[in-house]
Each structure stands twice: as C-alpha cells, then as structure tokens.
Ligand binder design. Structure first.
Ligand SMILES: *[C@@H]1O[C@H](CO)[C@@H](O)[C@H](O)[C@H]1NC(C)=O
Ligand SMILES: *[C@@H]1O[C@H](CO)[C@@H](O)[C@H](O)[C@H]1NC(C)=O
Length: 278
C-alpha cells in the first residue's frame, strides 16, 4: 500500500512537472537585474521593486492564441502605489495587448484587479473589480484565454470578464499578431491607489510578488510565421462561456465590479460591444 502510494505520488509529481512550466525553460528576466529571481528549481519566480527599479520577465515563446494559467501571490502589507501585472503583448507599433493588472493598497485595504484589451494600439477598455479573497495571503490562479472567438479573464476558474469577437459588428479584435507573455512590478504611485492619492512607502521596500505554475501548454506557439497548432479541434481554441460560467460571470459583475468603461463614458457614443454584451 505504502509503495503504491509513493508510486502514485511520483506519477503525480511527474505529471505536474509536465503540466506546469519550468520558469528556467519558459521565460527570461528582462528588467531589474537580480530583483527578478527564479527559485525552487524553476517552480517559483519572485519579482521585486525597490526605490531604484522594478523588475519583469517575458516568455521565450510568442503565441498566436493561448490559454495561460498562472498563480500569483501579490505584495503583502502596505503595497500602496505598486502595480503588479501579467499580460500578453505584441510588438509595436499599434500593439495588441491583453492585460491583468493588480493595484496595491494600504494594509488591509483591497487590491483592485484591472483588465484591459488593446487592438491595433487602441485600448481604453478598462474594467476594475475587487476580489472575493485576500490575494496576498496565498497563491491564486489567474488565467487568460485568447482564441479567435473570445478573450476570457478568469480568477480561480471563475470568469471575471469576457470580450467576444464582434468584428462582424465593427469591433476590432486582436487576432492577427502573435504576442508574448510579460510580467512585471513597477512604480504606479501616480495613479494606482485611490487614483494616485496614496504614495509608496519606501520604508516597506523591497516589494515582492511571486509567480508560480506558469502553464503555457495550451498555446499555439508562433515561430518564423508558422503556428505549432496544426489542428483546429483543440477544445480551448473555440472555448467560450457555457451557461454555468455566464452565471458566475454575472455574480462577479454584480458583486465585485467597481468600474466598467462601458458604463462610465463621458461621451454619448456607446462602444458597440457594450450595447451588445450588456
Ligand atoms: C484601496 O482602498 C480604498 C479604501 O477601501 C478603496 O477605495 C480603493 O478602491 C482600494 N484600492 C485601490 C487600488 O485604490
Ligand atoms: C519569494 O517570495 C515568497 C513569497 O511568495 C517568499 O516567501 C520568499 O522568501 C521569496 N524569496 C526570495 C528569495 O525573495
């Protein structure tokens, strides 16, 4: 029995190492020097910021559609003025970008999760929510699904935002440019916390956020103009939200949404995706 359990454990360990990417193999630290650290044999990556710099990393691969899962544990304590992010971004000019940003706060005050989407350099599609847990206590899974029909942001498997491909109604959708995954922590004190009114307390530095279990296995790797996805019948490539997921999304929107560009416009012109979705 004991032997069986230890064999099972070994198999699980092997499987999990196949599923979760090793940071040494998957990413490069591109900013902040030793403030970005790959730890625990590649299972963990810490990014920190002090007064002179933040830090960041990027995926070695470029993707044209992917389903990325990553676990993050955000800066604990007084994190006001810090922004931690992970996002997909194409090259300039007129970049496409899909963003997850985490805006720090004073001890005990809630983080804000901001999402945004850029197509051909045009963003201004921010949504902001609070989370239903303290994201600094434990690791939680933040996912981006990007396929030709949908972009879905999820937290612990619960969708917090869906952006459908409505090109047929004149809404631009990012689907022609390969993107890399990026992550960083930086000084955002001029806008992040209470609209920039709360600044960074440098006596608390360095500020450290941790990343774990990066999973880019469900991805079409783009290399020299060729996609690694040879078949179109990968489930995630056409995945949207089923009825149950729609229900959960509405639960998030009803209870945790604090800002939605669709409903906070100064202009009379409502973006078409807003009138269609809501
Ligand atoms: C920080 O806490 C304040 C007070 O609860 C809240 O208004 C604000 O939305 C929180 N988050 C950020 C990032 O400012
Ligand atoms: C990395 O971050 C974790 C918290 O998630 C912390 O416990 C650990 O001390 C950090 N390691 C280094 C070397 O900074």
């Amino acid at each position: 029995m004991e032997e069986y359990i230890s064999t099972l454990f070994l198999v699980l360990l092997l499987l999990s190492s196949l599923v979760a990417g090793n940071f040494y193999h998957e990413v490069d630290i591109i900013w902040g020097g030793s403030r970005g650290k790959i730890l625990n044999k590649g299972d963990l990556l810490n990014l920190s910021m002090d007064k002179s710099s933040g830090s960041g990393f990027q995926s070695k691969n470029q993707y044209l559609f992917c389903k990325i899962d990553m676990q993050l544990k955000l800066v604990p304590g007084n994190s006001a003025g810090t922004a931690t992010a992970y996002y997909l971004k194409s090259v300039e000019p007129n970049r496409d970008e899909i963003d997850f940003e985490f805006l720090g706060n004073l001890s005990g005050d809630p983080y804000i999760v901001q999402t945004n989407i850029f197509t051909q350099g045009m963003g201004m599609k921010e949504q902001r929510i609070y989370l239903w847990f303290d994201p600094t206590k434990d690791f939680h899974t933040y996912s981006i699904l990007w396929n030709p029909q949908n972009i879905v942001f999820s937290v612990d498997g619960i969708p917090i935002r869906e952006f459908k491909n409505l090109e047929s109604r004149g809404v631009p959708f990012p689907k022609n440019k390969p993107m890399r995954m990026y992550a960083s922590i930086w000084n955002a004190e001029d806008w992040a916390t209470r609209g920039g009114r709360v600044k960074i307390d440098w006596s608390q530095a360095p500020f450290t956020a941790s990343y774990r279990n990066y999973n880019g296995n469900n991805a079409c790797v783009w290399s020299s103009g060729v996609s690694s996805c040879t078949s179109n019948n990968l489930a995630w490539l056409s995945q949207g939200l089923d009825w149950e997921s729609q229900k959960r999304l509405r639960w998030v929107q009803k209870n945790y949404m604090i800002y939605n560009y669709c409903t906070k416009l100064n202009t009379q012109v409502i973006p078409p995706e807003c009138s269609i979705i809501s």
